[in-house]
Design a binder for this molecule. Structure first.
Ligand code: HEM
Ligand SMILES: *[C@@H]1O[C@H](CO)[C@@H](O)[C@H](O)[C@H]1NC(C)=O
Ligand SMILES: *[C@@H]1O[C@H](CO)[C@@H](O)[C@H](O)[C@H]1NC(C)=O
Ligand SMILES: *[C@@H]1O[C@H](CO)[C@@H](O)[C@H](O)[C@H]1NC(C)=O
Length: 315
């Protein structure tokens, strides 16, 4: 059961979207080979979020950081070894991405149900959707059929994941480089309606920027010291009101100059911020479409890649 539905209003409408721009991925890919896949993933996601309500945000972010580095291919999940350098230690990931042990739990539950069938890349896609739903957000049909990479790239992770210091035009081109539109970018950024950021990610904004609500800046400064290297890992919610509720407060915050990251506040001049801040249904439906678009980034299909047995290592 969804324990973190939004406190003020319960949104009952589900936005079921049937989008198929990538002919290779299909919604029913595992329907005969692993009929219990969806219920298996969902129950592990729900219990992980029940244990720690931030986990839904962390799991959603994993899919983003996987897809933006050479496609949605599970490359993010590979551990470093003495002779292999993966993506986990790249600057946008190190000390920040989390939830890998939940992915392990999901993978082992799925392997018990259908051994050797379901890729780690597809598990990330389903897990992202189930996390959003569990936190009171929209649902959508997830396209499946991705296979897992046998490689990863720390340097591509450093270069291709957008940074919180980015300007609006840098954000737009970072998404355009992945084949995603500005609408996709603004809608997907609404993921920052859940989860937490470290002081190091927003320090310069709360001390140095002028397009920030003054009392909001003061509140955030109280737990994020000015001096770098002190309190770097102190956390603040990306959405100050409801960080475990998938609503449209993110956009309302930007309108009120209460975006936490520099990159968040950069969106303020885009008209969609007003649209999404005033129209929850429009945000939900554009977010769902954009998640499917992001999920279409360069999947490995056919005989490319492999179905990993353990998401942390190649077979
Ligand atoms: C638009 C460009 C984006 C930038 C510059 C950006 C940057 C960041 C940063 C700096 C953090 C905090 C990391 C930390 O301090 O540990 C963060 C957190 C997060 N991001 Fe993004 N992000 C972007 C887009 C996205 C997208 C597209 C998604 C998913 C669809 C997403 C989902 C999240 C979530 C859920 C968190 C919180 C994670 C947690 O609490 O564990 N972000 N992001
Ligand atoms: C790399 O290390 C792993 C153990 O971490 C080992 O199983 C594998 O054979 C090594 N590969 C090469 C090419 O040395
Ligand atoms: C990752 O973060 C740890 C802890 O902050 C740090 O010691 C390490 O040098 C970082 N690794 C890389 C590759 O940046
Ligand atoms: C604020 O900007 C000044 C001047 O660019 C810089 O020296 C300082 O380190 C910045 N402070 C923070 C907390 O980012």
């Amino acid at each position: 059961m969804a324990s973190f539905s939004c406190s003020m209003v319960i949104f009952i409408v589900s936005y079921l979207l049937v989008v198929s721009s990538n002919a290779q991925l299909t919604m029913n890919f595992y329907s005969s080979s692993c009929p219990n896949l969806h219920s298996t993933v969902k129950s592990v996601v729900q219990s992980a979020i029940n244990r720690e309500n931030r986990m839904g945000a962390s799991l959603l972010r994993l899919f983003f950081h996987d897809c933006f580095v050479n496609g949605c291919d599970g490359s993010l999940l590979l551990d470093d070894t003495s002779n292999f350098t993966g993506e986990k230690m790249a600057r946008p990931n190190n000390g920040s991405v989390r939830g890998f042990e939940v992915i392990d739990q999901i993978k082992s539950a799925v392997e018990n149900a259908c051994p050797g069938i379901v890729s780690c890349a597809d598990i990330l896609a389903i897990t992202a959707r189930d996390s959003v739903v569990t936190l009171g957000g929209p649902t959508w049909n997830v396209k499946l059929g991705r296979r897992d990479a046998r490689t990863a790239s720390q340097s591509d992770a450093n270069n291709d994941i957008p940074q919180p210091t980015f300007s609006l035009s840098q954000l737009i081109s970072s998404f355009r480089n992945q084949g995603l539109s500005t609408t996709d970018m603004v809608a997907l950024s609404g993921a920052h309606t859940i989860g937490q950021a470290r002081c190091t990610s927003f320090r310069s904004r709360i001390y140095n920027e002028s397009n920030i609500d003054e009392s909001f800046a003061k509140t955030r400064q109280a737990n994020c010291p000015r001096a770098s290297n002190s309190g770097d890992n102190n956390l603040a919610p990306l959405d100050l009101q409801t960080p475990t509720c998938f609503d449209n407060d993110y956009y309302k915050n930007i309108i009120n100059q209460k975006g936490l990251l520099h990159s968040d506040q950069q969106l303020s001049t885009n008209a969609l911020v007003q649209t999404y801040g005033g129209n929850l249904g429009r945000f939900y439906s554009d977010f769902a479409t954009a998640m499917n678009n992001m999920g279409d980034i360069k999947p490995l299909t056919g005989s490319n890649g492999e179905i990993r047995k353990n998401c942390r290592m190649i077979n």
